[in-house]
Design a protein around this ligand. Structure first.
Ligand code: HEM
Length: 525
C-alpha cells in the first residue's frame, strides 16, 4: 500500500525539513506549541500513558526516529528499551502509540478493533484517493464492501486467472530471450503486478501506451505520498502543506491521474453501452469477461439511491486498487526470490518440488499450484521476514481506551510494528533466520487470526487484497523457479547477496535484484 504511508515518515520528514528554513519553522512551531500546551493542560487522564523515551519540546520524539532511515528497526529498538508492548511517542503535535508485541496487537486489532479501526484523515486521502481511504464512516463501509465482495473476493479473483497466466507467460518468454544475460528482475516483477492489475481493472484499452503511462503515474503518486509527511504531524499548521509544496505536488498528480481515469473509464462505459445495444442485458459472455470497472458499473446500477455509487467513488476505488496492489504485492515476490537465491538449499528443494509435480509441462498453471506445499512455506517465510508494510497502515483511536493499565486517549495515532511482531523471538525460534520448514505441518497462517504473524494486518482494516495479490505471487514464483535456474552476475556467491532494505512506500530492496536466467532443460518446449 503506497497510500497514506506512515511508515516512511522519516525519510520524507528529512527531505521536507531541509527545504524549509529551520529557524522560521521553529518559531512558527513554538507559537503553535504554546497555544496547544495551554489547551492540553485542561484535559486530565486517569491512567498513565504507555511509557516512552524522553521528549523534546515541539518536535517530541522525532529526533530519535531520525537516527536511522529504517524506521521499523528504530521503533523496535526503542520499544525494546521503553515499551515492549506499548510505547508512547510524541511526533510533532500528535500523540502516537507504538504496538510491538502480538499480545498488544491482539488488544488493538481484536479486543478493541472497533475503537482502533479508523484511519487518520490525511491530506493524501482527500487529494489523491477521492477520500475512499479515510476514517471509518458509512461511506468507507460501503467502499470496503465493494472491495471485498465485488472486486477482490476469491470468486472474482478466480475470474482474473487468464490475465495472471498470460502476464506470467509473457514474462517467462521475455526472460527466455535474455537467457545468459543479467536482467533487472525487480523491474520485471513490478511490470507483472502492474500488468495484471491494469488488465483486471480495465481489460484491453484502445491506446496501447495507456498502460505504461498510467502505471508511471501510479509510481509517481506512490513516491510522492511515501513518507512521514511533516505536515501530517502538525495538522494545526494548515499552511504547511502549501509551504512545503506538498499540496501542489499532490494536486498536480491527482489531476493527471483523474484525466487518465476519466478517459479509460469513459472508454469502458462506451464499450458497455455498445455491447448492450448488440446483445441486450443477457450477454453471458460479457459477464464472464467483466473487469473491475464493469463490476463497479454493475454495483452503481444496483446501488441504493440513498447511498449512490458515484463516478467519484469508482475512480477512487480503481486508483486505490492500483496504489494498494502493485508496489505492495511486488515486494513479497521480490524478497522471497531473493531469499531463495541466498539460500540455495531452499531453492533446490522448492525447484525439486515444482519440477516433480509439473514434470514435462511447458508452464506451471494455476491448477498445479495447490500441489506446491513447500513453496507455500517458502512464501509464508518470505512474508514473515519481509513485510511489504512493516508498520501496516496508520490507525487512529476513535475513543479513549485502556490497554494493559495504560490510557490511550481518543485521536491517538496507532503504529503497529508488524515487522517486529513477525520476528518476535518469544514466538519464533531463530526468528531472524529464513527457515521455511517452520511452516510445514503448522496451522499458523496470515489470515489475521495469529497475532504473531500479521503481514496483511488483522481485524476490520485487514488487507482486502490478499487473494488478488497472493494468487499472482505464487503463480509467478512457481514459474520463475520451474522455468529457470538462476545465477548471480559475476559469479558472485549466493550467500553474499546484499539484502539491505530501503524504506519507501513499501520496504523494498535497496539494490534491485539482478540475476541471470538459465532456461531449465527439463521443460517441454
Ligand atoms: C500481496 C501483498 C500485499 C500485502 C503484503 C498487503 C499488506 C497490507 C497491509 C499490511 C495492510 C494494512 C492492514 C492494517 O492496517 O491492518 C493493507 C491494506 C490494504 N490493502 Fe493490501 N497488501 C497486499 C496486496 C494488496 C492488493 C493486491 C490489494 C488490491 C488489489 C490490496 C489492497 C489493500 C487495501 C484497499 C487496503 C486498505 C484497507 C482498509 O483501510 O480498510 N492489498 N494491505
Amino acid at each position: 500500500m503506497a497510500i497514506l504511508r506512515l511508515e516512511n515518515y522519516v525519510s520524507s520528514t528529512q527531505t521536507q525539513l531541509s527545504t524549509v528554513p529551520l529557524i522560521t519553522f521553529a518559531i512558527i512551531l513554538l507559537t503553535f506549541a504554546i497555544r496547544r500546551r495551554s489547551s492540553r493542560s485542561k484535559s486530565s487522564t486517569t491512567k498513565p500513558l504507555p511509557p516512552g523515551p524522553w521528549k523534546l519540546p515541539i518536535i517530541g520524539n522525532l529526533h530519535q526516529l531520525m537516527t536511522s532511515p529504517l524506521i521499523h528497526h528504530r521503533l523496535r529498538d526503542l520499544a525494546q528499551k521503553h515499551g515492549p508492548h506499548l510505547m508512547h511517542l510524541q511526533l510533532g503535535e500528535l500523540s502516537h502509540v507504538v504496538v510491538s508485541s502480538p499480545e498488544a496487537a491482539r488488544e488493538v486489532m481484536k479486543t478493541h478493533d472497533l475503537s482502533f479501526g479508523s484511519r487518520p484523515n490525511l491530506l493524501v486521502s482527500d487529494l489523491v484517493l477521492y477520500s475512499v481511504m479515510g476514517p471509518t464512516s458509512d461511506h468507507w463501509r460501503q467502499m470496503r464492501k465493494i472491495n471485498f465482495t465485488g472486486l477482490l473476493g476469491p470468486k472474482r479473483v478466480a475470474t482474473y486467472r487468464p490475465i495472471r497466466e498470460s502476464e506470467v507467460a509473457k514474462l517467462v518468454a521475455e526472460l527466455s530471450l535474455r537467457r545468459g544475460a543479467a536482467v533487472d528482475v525487480s523491474r520485471f516483477l513490478s511490470g507483472v503486478f502492474g500488468g495484471v492489475t491494469f488488465r483486471a481493472a480495465f481489460g484491453i484499452v484502445k491506446d496501447v501506451k495507456a498502460e505504461a503511462r498510467f502505471l508511471e503515474l501510479v509510481e509517481g503518486v506512490t513516491d510522492a505520498v511515501a513518507g512521514f509527511q511533516i505536515s501530517n504531524l502538525y495538522p494545526s499548521l494548515k499552511f504547511l502543506p502549501t509551504l512545503t509544496g506538498f499540496r501542489a505536488e499532490l494536486t498536480r498528480l491527482h489531476l493527471a491521474a483523474d484525466r487518465m481515469l476519466e478517459e479509460i473509464i469513459g472508454e469502458q462505459k462506451a464499450k458497455r453501452v455498445a455491447r448492450r445495444k448488440e446483445f441486450g442485458d443477457d450477454d453471458s459472455q460479457a459477464a464472464a469477461e467483466e473487469n473491475l470497472v464493469d463490476v463497479l458499473f454493475n454495483l452503481q446500477e444496483s446501488s441504493d439511491p440513498a447511498h449512490p455509487i458515484t463516478m467519484h467513488d469508482i475512480k477512487g476505488v480503481v486508483f486505490e486498487t492500483f496504489l494498494a496492489g502493485t508496489e505492495t504485492a511486488t515486494r513479497p515476490a521480490e524478497w522471497t526470490l531473493s531469499e531463495m537465491i541466498k539460500n540455495p538449499n531452499v531453492m533446490q528443494k522448492a525447484q525439486e518440488e515444482v519440477r516433480q509435480m509439473c514434470a514435462g509441462k511447458e508452464f506451471v498453471s494455476e491448477e498445479d499450484l495447490h500441489k506446491l506445499k513447500y513453496l507455500d512455506c517458502v512464501i509464508q517465510e518470505g512474508l514473515r521476514l519481509h513485510s511489504s508494510l512493516p508498520l501496516l497502515l496508520p490507525r487512529e483511536s476513535r475513543e479513549r481506551e485502556e490497554i494493559f493499565g495504560y490510557e490511550i486517549p481518543a485521536k491517538t495515532r496507532i503504529i503497529i510494528n508488524g515487522w517486529a511482531i513477525n520476528r518476535d523471538p518469544r514466538h519464533w525460534t531463530d526468528a531472524d533466520k529464513f527457515y521455511p520448514e517452520r511452516f510445514l505441518d503448522c496451522s499458523i497462517d496470515y489470515k489475521g487470526t495469529n497475532f504473531h504473524f500479521i503481514p496483511f494486518g488483522a481485524g476490520r482494516r485487514m488487507c482486502p487484497g490478499i487473494s488478488f495479490g497472493m494468487s499472482v505471487v505464487k503463480l509467478l514464483l512457481a514459474n520463475l523457479i520451474y522455468c529457470f535456474d538462476w545465477k548471480l552476475p559475476n559469479d558472485a556467491n549466493p550467500e553474499d547477496l546484499d539484502m539491505t532494505e530501503y524504506f519507501s512506500a513499501s520496504v523494498r530492496r535497496k539494490y534491485n535484484l539482478s540475476l541471470i536466467p538459465i532456461p531449465y532443460e527439463g521443460m517441454k518446449h
